[in-house]
Write a protein that binds this ligand. Structure first.
Ligand code: SAM
Length: 221
């Protein structure tokens, strides 16, 4: 899988921050509490099905957040909170940073909020209900990390709005750039021409996708 590639990318483009002590953090009660909810939400998503990024992609996303040490993360497309739990856990472990995650469906907002509460991440994560293309207009920067996962044609308008609010060297990650490439050509053309940008492929074990990719872009360089 692409963890190695993901790490290679991080070494090239990510702010070089020393590796964290793996053992102590993964054995902490807080880490385990979040993991139990991640496992539960993963099962609910697979049973649903409710589309989510899956474990392999989430491992890479978490690593990117860990390296970036962001103060403010914005996620577009919460669903039941699976990816948000991975992001929130990294912020919790870092002892700083918060996540604003945006979801169109009021029912999913309620489900995600309940999952974040259960995981003990509700003080770190705020869920905003609405169309992410509109909600991002109301956000105040600087935003250090963006994760976009909410309808391929929305990626470009979301990024254009957020661009003026990004911090100096923000990381912008987009999911589904393999299976959804045709629907987000404007987005991909933009980040690949304007930023240092790389496509990370993953072999997945998800019922709806066996192979897909994330685009990882570093803005403001
Ligand atoms: C692929 S799922 C997100 C999965 C989530 N990131 C995860 O990995 O757990 C996409 C979500 O985006 C939401 N969505 C679709 N269009 C949206 C929009 N314009 N604004 C906000 N959310 C939207 C859908 O309701 C759905 O829950």
């Amino acid at each position: 899988m692409s963890t190695t590639l993901c790490l290679t990318w991080l070494l090239i483009a990510g702010p070089a921050i020393g590796a964290q002590p793996a053992g102590s953090i993964t054995e902490s009660p807080a880490h385990k509490r979040v993991q139990a909810v991640i496992d539960e939400v993963q099962k609910a998503c697979l049973d649903g099905p409710v589309y989510m990024i899956g474990r392999k992609t989430a491992l890479c996303l978490a690593e990117l957040v860990r390296r970036a040490k962001p103060r403010l993360v914005v996620e577009c497309g919460t669903a039941l909170g699976y990816s948000g739990l991975w992001i929130g856990r990294e912020l919790q472990a870092a002892g700083r940073g918060r996540l604003i995650t945006i979801e169109l469906s009021p029912q999913r907002v309620r489900q995600a909020e309940a999952n974040f509460r259960k995981a003990g991440l509700d003080r770190i994560i705020t869920v905003r209900q609405g169309d992410a293309r509109q909600v991002v207009k109301t956000l105040t920067g600087p935003i250090d990390f963006v994760f976009i996962d909410c309808g391929y044609s929305n990626y470009y308008p979301i990024l254009v709005t957020l661009e003026k609010k990004l911090s100096g060297r923000a990381t912008v990650v987009a999911d589904n750039v393999g299976i959804g490439a045709g629907g987000m050509k404007d987005y991909l053309d933009h980040v690949r021409s304007k930023y240092k940008s790389r496509t990370e492929w993953f072999d997945l074990e998800l019922p709806w996708a066996k192979r897909d990719a994330m685009e990882i872009s570093v803005a403001g360089q």
